[in-house]
Design a protein. Structure first.
Length: 532
């Protein structure tokens, strides 16, 4: 039986998905929470937030992500980074998943990826868990109710956590699977309750489709000056580098916190909500984000809470370091009504340097920006992926390798072309360690990072005196009022200067070794910008 509002000519049966139990189409937040509570999927928390545990999987499973190797994509997918699945394996997976789904209730949300209608795609999300429907209603963009009467999906995502894949029959790695078939316009997710797989599957999809339209898809947050979308800034970075925190600046308008496109029309958010890490979140440091954790419908994921009072424990990471909250953009008071911005005036590359080598901020030339964008140096932080228990230095090209179906140069060249066409000042910002490596040093003071970013965004930092970094060749400010000058020269923060030099030399060599893979594909000026 079907419930809810839907295009009468586009029900699941019209897509060949038959034999299910009840199908609930486009339920709104109160109904989804009621269903989730009835199903025992979680608890109602303070303020009407929904408290849930994702069980075994508290982070993404990037090694279990597959792209179906069909003729139409065989020459455009970056196969070294994306696991292939045979068409036969996918067909078996789809047939077996549909058989498994028979008789079970499912929740359908018809949503949109992309705030700019010129580049938006319609996505149908079919979820076994009601709270996954709530989550994705926050994460993607919601059509007006009347628009659902004629909604047709460009792609369909089916998420069935109770289904386990068969690696031999389905041509996958384990019994957990995320499989993308561009020909059949289908994404199948099985054996994981981690909700982030839903949103990142759509992000990966847009990362493949948009470059063909001349649009740069970006794993970044974005904001603009209040009342002035022309003054837009974008913040690239992997989870844990501070994208959400640093873009949520009360003195600027938030466009979005994680996924955006840059077209010839400007910047636009892919999403309709935010997915913020909550570990050590405080009302003092991040009042807007903290306040969302007790608002109606916010999904609280993998947080420890008091069973009697339901008070959240923001310090207890016993379930995972990757505890999060998901909420709609309108819960942030300074969020943009349109989720649109101008061409970026400033581009911020965020990194979390566990080696304690990089300065808190550096100004990059366009060639250096492409070099550091392709390098994507950061440190994986605990919980974001399974098995990461302490920060691990890594290189994740384009600051988002797990979501990049095309070769890195496709994105790097797009970024460089747009910087050249529209002009932008590029900065590398280290939110990682200072005074020593992880285990010895300390995290970069957030107040210093905010002060340096504010000066970069308002243009005043360009007037500062700069020195040339002897390790990487980029420009580093010598001083800024209100910031300890020692922070700007990382060597001075170390008790042993020789130890710093050795650590810096090690990091420089890591950069050089990693970048060798891109040398056949890049211009001479980027090669020259590589080191020093």
């Amino acid at each position: 039986m079907a419930f809810g509002r839907v295009n009468p000519e586009f029900r699941l049966e019209d897509q060949g998905i038959e034999g299910l139990g009840n199908v609930f189409y486009n339920l709104m937040e109160p109904a989804l929470i009621e269903a989730a509570l009835k199903n025992g999927e979680g608890k109602l928390g303070n303020g009407g937030a929904f408290l849930v545990s994702t069980g075994k999987f508290t982070g993404r499973s990037p090694k279990d992500k597959h792209v179906v190797k069909t003729d139409s994509v065989v020459d455009t997918i970056w196969w070294e980074n994306n696991r292939a699945m045979s068409p036969e394996g996918f067909d078996n997976l789809y047939a077996d998943m549909l058989e498994h789904m028979k008789g079970k209730d499912f929740y359908v949300q018809d949503l949109v990826g992309g705030a700019d209608p010129a580049y938006a795609i319609n996505v149908r999300m079919v979820t076994e868990l009601a709270w996954h429907g709530l989550f994705i209603r926050h994460m993607l963009r919601r059509p007006e109710r009347a628009e659902l009467d004629g909604f047709l999906a460009d792609f369909t995502v089916i998420n069935c956590p109770s289904f386990k894949a068969d690696p031999e029959r389905h041509d996958c790695r384990t019994d957990t699977v995320i499989a993308m078939n561009f020909d059949k316009k289908l994404i199948l997710i099985g054996n994981t309750e981690y909700a982030g797989e839903n949103k990142k599957s759509v992000f990966t999809l847009l990362n493949y489709l948009l470059p063909e339209k001349g649009v740069m898809p970006m794993h970044c947050s974005a904001n603009h000056a209040i009342g002035n979308p022309v003054d837009t800034a974008i913040f690239f970075g992997l989870s844990g580098t501070g994208k959400t925190t640093l873009s949520a600046d009360p003195s600027r308008t938030l466009i979005g916190d994680d996924e955006h496109g840059w077209s010839d029309r400007g910047t636009f958010n892919f999403e309709g909500g935010c997915y913020a890490k909550t570990i050590n979140l405080s009302a003092e440091a991040e009042p807007e984000i903290y306040a969302t954790t007790s608002k109606f419908g916010t999904v609280i994921e993998n947080m420890v809470f008091d069973e009697e009072t339901l008070a959240l424990d923001f310090q207890d990471s016993s379930l995972t370091e990757n505890m999060r909250c998901a909420y709609p953009l309108e819960y942030i008071s300074n969020a943009s009504d349109t989720a649109l911005g101008g061409h970026p005036k400033n581009i911020i590359l965020l990194t979390c340097d566990a080696y304690g080598v990089l300065p808190p901020i550096s100004r990059l030339t366009p060639a250096q920006a492409m070099y550091h964008f392709l390098s994507g140096f950061t440190s994986k932080t605990p919980g974001t992926e399974r098995g990461v228990v302490e920060p691990e230095p890594t290189f994740s090209t384009c600051f988002g390798a797990p979501f990049m179906p095309r070769r890195p140069e496709a994105y790097g060249n797009l970024l460089r072309e747009k910087i050249a066409k529209y002009g932008a000042t590029c900065w590398l910002v280290n939110t990682g360690w200072t005074g020593g490596a992880f285990g010895t040093g300390s995290r970069m003071p957030i107040k210093a990072t905010r002060a340096l970013l504010t000066a970069a965004l308002d243009g005043s930092l360009n007037d500062a005196e700069f020195r040339k970094d002897e390790n990487f060749g980029f420009d580093v400010p010598v001083a800024l009022e209100g910031v300890d000058a020692k922070l700007l020269d990382p060597r001075q923060t170390w008790a042993d200067g020789a130890a710093y030099d050795a650590q810096a030399a090690k990091l420089v060599q890591m950069f050089a070794a990693n970048f060798e893979q891109y040398l056949p594909y890049i211009d001479e000026d980027v090669k020259a910008a590589a080191i020093g």
